[in-house]
Write a protein that binds this ligand. Sequence first.
Ligand SMILES: Cc1ncc(COP(=O)(O)O)c(C=O)c1O
Length: 458
Amino acid sequence: MNEPGEPTASHEELRSLDHAYLWHPFTPMQAWFDEDPVVIVRGDGNELIDDGGQRYLDGVSSLWCNVHGHNHPALNAAITAQLGQVAHTTLLGLTNVPAVRLAERLVELAPAGLTRVFYSDNGATAEEAAMKMALQYWHLAGAPGKNRFASLVQAYHGDTLGAVGVGYSETFHRFFKPVLADALRLTPPHVHRWRDRLSHADALQQAVTEARDAIAREADALAAVVVEPLMQGAAGMWPHPPDYLRALREATTEAGVLLICDEVATGFGRTGTMFACEQAGVAPDLLCVAKGITGGYLPLAATLATERIHDAFLGPPAAGRTFYHGHTYTGNPLGCAAALANLDLFARDRTLDRLGPKIARLERLLADEVAPLPQVADVRQCGVMVGIELAADAAERRPYPPADRMGARVTAEARRRGVIVRPLGDVVVLMPPLSITGAEIDRLVTVVRDAIAAVTGT
Ligand SMILES: Cc1ncc(COP(=O)(O)O)c(C=O)c1O
């Protein structure tokens, strides 16, 4: 019997099996074969531990989902207790206790008016459900011509084909272009890349005017505008001010277009409030959540809808208004039990109240330690979501040649120094769990600073 955390095979065996059988997501596999993989065997608070006993600070919350730390006794206990009842049962034709209780809690927490919870498994499926709800809603409401979406330049909403249509990236998705539904692109007020050298105020004004005009012009064809509120994560951490989100809400309401907020990354405290929408006082028509919903423990997602949207689907079965969409594990009791425990921890630990000083500490340290580095062109932060943009010439904003893989080299160096962070191109992303301590914030920033300095030779 192995002790918890004790490897079940030698590192060499695991490496060769990994290399023989696994296909890793978002991973250039040829380069992967040249690497000695880090094999994680255990989590402990905000740290991950590999099969050699090396501890790493989890600086990206295990792909932006961990909230209260790993191996948390309360989350473990909730999952174990549910396991003693039933692990899985379907929501097609049945219901279950954790799914019902969680739906009530999510409605209480979500922006006003979002009163119906539709479960799925991950961020992309939450997004697909929202898009299909929007399309069917307009059909049922007698406007079948409203069948196009608008989204922000460089948006990311997941990897299924519908989500890729509204979250197109040339590098990732050019192979699928012929089968994608082409979305209307709105350029956000991102001053570093897209509205170069404009003041924040001018960039905002330009972006708002463009968005208002485009939404009004295309209103008859638009089912919905899809947006990651306050922070476009996978774009490379592009923040926009709450005023931009408010303007999108106003423009969509005026034009009779739905607003879908994708809070898959921003939800559950990541921007400093439970949902990013709150900071703009915006309530969307559809809200997508995933990642942090279970504290980062199990794959669960939800699409929340207003009663107006839900009511459009009502009618006798023969009327054919039903939303014929679902997944095998929809409303999985284990996932819902973990999510309930996650929300209990937010209340018990006053997680959001205690987050403010951590965000401020992170901001101060980044300003003092990272922003002054010569190869750092921009530091962007919203809550605990951070992007550090590297550049060959920071003043001129001249990027490194992609072949230099500077972002990947910096994150590899940070890992050698005991901190796991990930790059998005040449943007180094930090997104620690909300449970990160002050000392761990210091360690995160210091290691990343040293890794950037070491790799860029400054
Ligand atoms: C804003 C946003 N939407 C959707 C997704 C997709 O989520 P998942 O990977 O769970 O499908 C992500 C993932 O990073 C995301 O950041």
